[in-house]
Design a protein around this ligand. Structure first.
Ligand code: UD1
Ligand code: UDP
Length: 359
């Protein structure tokens, strides 16, 4: 089988690493990087650390408004698909690269397989929610990480071609956890000790593009009473600069460049708590057994909240401070995201569909 896999943003590199490794045992994979993320620390570092094959195509699309970025990707991906004539196009998650890939393929009648299908925050103001819904409705094969995702699809009338396979981020973590412990020196580099700091990521437009919200978040971090390690996404750095907040960073908050995956894993694993608005980081916190404080009003990873390991606090300073000081999960974790064999299942399902009509 010939597959074209489409990636473009940081979390997609991490997700595609284990899938690509599995698929290439039996199939031909053409890897397309849209160029949505392009800084070394947002892109190349993941290819190097995770031994992801060099992309066959880098479309070099870069940043832009949603319409311009997605539109430029759509045209460029179409050209690749016309040249390569794949049997299946594989897309990941919920970024503009995901939607462009799904749409380009669907219009050319190439079957689309969506990894991380069925996730919903039910918040259409998030660009990701629009991307998720549209991608799922353009997909023929839907690989769901959780039961909730399967139910969400059923509620929208999508029941054909749906497969519950577990979460490929669990596979990625299992593969890299010990390596991260061995190779990463991030705790030593930033000068924190295990269990003695908070790890933070913020990059959602609802937080970064609002002076009020990001100021409240930094206010709460400043009152945490312990060191805070904050690898800053370029979007966030841009707004922190614009609001003049970089120079007024609380003393206990260590602002650092975005981390590679191995450093990020080790930083999260030893944190006392994690504060984030990232989708992937909420799951990783759960898998690592670290309490997670989510700086959003909603989440698509509802299982982590129901299990008592994640609390949604939005961007109100008082609520964040309360959670920093008092949030404490009562229950033990369960295996919410599978056994780390999602990639094997995905490969088996795709192989089984070979020659059969999709769905
Ligand atoms: C994107 C995804 C989001 C995902 C996130 C992962 C969409 C709509 N959003 O958000 O779902 O959670 O990636 O990190 O697809 N920039 C750089 N260097 C880079 C990349 C970005 O400086 O390598 C800056 C640019 O100013 C750019 C801004 O960050 O305008 C935002 O980048 P973009 O890819 O549009 O969205 P993200 O916020 O990264
Ligand atoms: N991540 C990383 N370095 C960082 C911040 C995040 O390697 O500095 C990893 C994180 O561990 C997770 C993924 O990137 O695996 C999540 O990506 P992000 O938060 O950018 O996007 P989201 O998951 O919200 O779409």
């Amino acid at each position: 089988m010939k597959l074209v896999s489409i990636v473009g943003a940081r979390p997609q590199f991490i997700k595609c690493a284990p899938v690509s490794r599995e698929l290439r045992k039996e199939h031909e994979e053409i890897l397309v990087h849209t160029g949505q993320h392009y800084d070394h620390g947002m892109s190349e570092v993941f290819f190097e650390e995770l031994a992801i094959p060099k992309p066959d195509y880098n479309l070099g699309i870069g940043s832009g408004t949603h319409g311009r970025q997605t539109g430029a990707m759509l045209g460029a991906i179409e050209d690749v698909l016309v040249t390569e004539e794949p049997d299946v196009v594989l897309v990941y998650g919920d970024t503009n690269s995901t939607l462009a890939g799904a749409l380009a393929a669907a219009k050319l009648h190439v079957p689309v397989a969506h990894i991380e299908a069925g996730l919903r925050s039910f918040d259409r103001r998030m660009p990701e929610e629009v991307n998720r819904v549209l991608t799922d409705h353009a997909s023929d094969i839907l690989f769901c990480p959780t039961e909730t995702a399967v139910k969400n699809l059923a509620a929208e009338g999508i029941t054909e071609g749906v497969h519950l396979v577990g979460d490929v981020m669990c596979d990625a973590m299992n593969y890299n956890r010990a390596v991260a412990e061995e190779r990463s020196r991030i705790l030593e580099d930033v000068g924190v000790r295990p269990g003695g700091y908070l790890a933070v990521t913020v990059h959602r437009p609802s937080n970064t593009d609002s002076r009020e919200n990001i100021t409240a978040i930094l206010g709460a971090l400043g009152d945490a009473g312990e060191p805070v390690v904050f690898p800053v996404h370029p979007r966030t750095r841009h707004y922190l600069g614009e609001y003049g907040l970089l120079e007024r960073m609380p003393e206990n908050v260590r602002v650092i460049e975005p981390l590679g995956y191995l450093d990020m894993l080790r930083l999260m694993a030893h944190a006392k708590k994690i504060l984030t608005d990232s989708g992937g980081v909420q799951k990783e916190a759960y898998m690592l057994g670290v309490p997670c404080i989510t700086l959003r009003e909603n989440t698509e990873w509802v299982e982590t909240v129901e299990a008592g390991w994640n609390v949604l606090v939005g961007a109100g300073q008082e609520k964040i401070e309360d959670a920093i000081h008092s949030f404490s999960p009562a229950s033990r974790q369960q295996n919410l995201f599978g056994d780390g064999d999602a990639c094997i299942r995905i490969e088996e399902i795709l192989t089984g569909l070979q020659g059969a009509p999709p769905g």
